[in-house]
Design a protein around this ligand. Sequence first.
Ligand code: PLP
Length: 413
Amino acid sequence: MDQPRFARRMNGVRPSFIREILKAAEDSGVISLAGGLPSPSLFPVEDLAVCAARVLAEDGSSALQYGATQGHGPLREWVAARCAARGVRVEADEILITTGSQQALDLLGRVFLDPGDRVAVEAPGYLGALQALGAYEPRFCPVPLNLDGGDPAALRRALRRRPKLYYAVPNFQNPSGLTYSEDCRRCITQVLRGCETLLVEDDPYGELRFEGRDLPPLAANLEGRGVLLGSFSKTVAPGLRLGWVAAPRAVLSKLVIAKQGADLHSSPLAQRILHRYLTECDVEAHLARLQDAYRQRRDRMCTALGAHLPSGTSWTRPEGGMFLWLTLPPGVSAQALLEEAVAQGVTFVPGSSFHVDGSGAGKLRLNFSHPTPERIDEGIARLGRALQRLLAPSPDGRRRPAPRKEEIEPCQG
Ligand SMILES: Cc1ncc(COP(=O)(O)O)c(C=O)c1O
């Protein structure tokens, strides 16, 4: 057969070297600290089974019929009330239920981006957003993160290039685990107020806070200049494929049209099961269990890192979510470390994957939500061995430059 004539936008999509390595390492002996999966042992399987049986018994024919594009009304009302409790005043008709929040990112790209348009993104940034938005061929303007969150001065510089969107994950960011502080939120909303760039605030981890105080979403103070994305993937189960977007009506109506073309609507069966779960089961107790388990796993990982990694290495200590971000000793490349790590039986995602400009070579992302505490210990011990091997003298006897002695401290992202 002749070469299929793919769209131009597929030109930039190549099987990545890193993906190949990670795929090769998919065997049971290898400990993956690379994925972004929640812990399967914490899915509320029994409660969902009861809810599914009730939906099919009491509401089966509607649940199995086509549904409204905007989503199941009672579920939208639940989301609107949850937003209001966090300071974001939206009505149920300003909510669109999506097939995971990943779909919301794709729909936003469809609705807003022409090839060559600019999009400001966090650096490092969520890979799935770079992929979803990248399909619409924008030019990305990276906005570096610092320990306080997004950098308002860097954002101000990026805004001079008039990006249509600023994409941000202010809570327990993927990949860095960093959270925008109260001060940072105030500065960023000030910078965004009065400019024509729309904030896309993605918050799938906000309810997974296991330390510190909840902070209101930036969208709460942007009077219609922001859209807020949420997901049930990390708090209930990703297999439901349900998320939502809260947006001003003018934006929402365009997103609804785009969703009609994409998939007509998200599963009415899954939406009804989820709605029953949210209203008839003890969701707060479930969230508390998740927060507790993830806090313990974060602690376990930080302790293991302290025990097994050499000085010169540092990492973030997230207050929630599923990831932490590690900075390697100067001169050490995460890509080189990955090859050594796979040989030792552990994987992670190198930092350069999360940058649009190939930077981040000395950083990497570790996931602590999916591996059990015992596998976290063993995985970090293996990572430590891999790093020691990489730092050891080469066969010609020459030593690599010794890493600087420094206190373990959070990285700069
Ligand atoms: C920041 C962020 N946004 C969106 C998503 C997509 O989540 P889902 O489509 O399962 O709701 C993820 C998944 O890892 C994520 O980390």
